[in-house]
Design a protein around this ligand. Structure first.
Ligand SMILES: CC(C)(COP(=O)(O)OP(=O)(O)OC[C@H]1O[C@@H](n2cnc3c(N)ncnc32)[C@H](O)[C@@H]1OP(=O)(O)O)[C@@H](O)C(=O)NCCC(=O)NCCS
Length: 183
């Protein structure tokens, strides 16, 4: 598959994650080696684990504790809309915050799509009162750091190789942890 050349002009829609319609696509994304590498759990999910994951994330409409969407790219002149990734927001009690997760298919990366999706999610979250909105990024994922920052997230702490970013925050609460953080 070829990457879109000018993704900035590609139409982008967010479609609610649907258990039956999206489980295969979600599995392809979940088993992508890059996606596993940047996840907190690097092991590829078993089919059973994946189905439980799908059940959890496709069940609840926005306004409850979890919401997930498939990023769909439209190519007005050529092809049918095509799923390009998944973005999720869920209440994480340990963080006391709503946490955003995003993963795009390999062919969709590096074209500004992640930044656009995250900006849109942050807007929806803001309107829905889902605050604070945070993301955790493992060390060594500069593309993700940059996309979140471009969308208005700011690093607020860093610990054990993980940076936490918060939407609309005014800067790091502690600079110490950022020493040695490789961007
Ligand atoms: C992380 C991810 C969502 C970012 O989305 P994206 O569409 O690829 O990112 P963008 O194209 O919007 O890029 C945002 C910025 O990061 C930069 N960037 C992208 N990839 C980069 C890389 N590998 N190294 C350095 N900078 C990079 C871009 O140049 C851009 O900067 P600019 O606006 O100054 O030009 C996407 O790459 C992805 O799904 N990666 C795999 C899964 C993942 O890492 N998920 C996040 C886990 S926290």
């Amino acid at each position: 598959m070829c990457p879109e050349r000018n993704a900035v002009n590609v139409e982008l829609a967010l479609e609610s994650l649907h258990f039956l319609r999206h489980w295969k696509f979600a599995r392809t994304l979940a088993t992508d080696p890059v996606v596993r590498g940047v996840s907190m759990d690097a092991r590829p999910p078993t089919i059973w684990k994946h189905l439980c994951w799908m059940w959890r994330w496709s069940r609840w409409p926005w306004g409850k504790e979890y919401a997930a969407w498939v990023v769909v790219l439209g190519q007005p002149t050529k092809q049918l809309p095509r799923p390009a990734g998944i973005v999720r927001v869920g209440w994480t009690p340990e963080l006391g915050a709503y946490e955003v997760h995003i993963a795009l298919m390999r062919w969709a990366r590096g074209q500004g799509i992640g930044t656009r999706v995250l900006s849109r999610i942050a807007e929806v979250a803001e309107q829905s009162g889902a605050r604070p909105l945070v993301a955790q990024i493992k060390n060594g994922n500069p593309g993700s750091m940059r996309a979140f920052e471009r969308a208005g997230f700011t690093p607020v702490w860093f610990s054990d190789g993980i940076a936490q970013l918060e939407y609309g925050a005014h800067g790091p609460r502690s600079w110490d942890g950022f020493r040695g953080m490789e961007n």
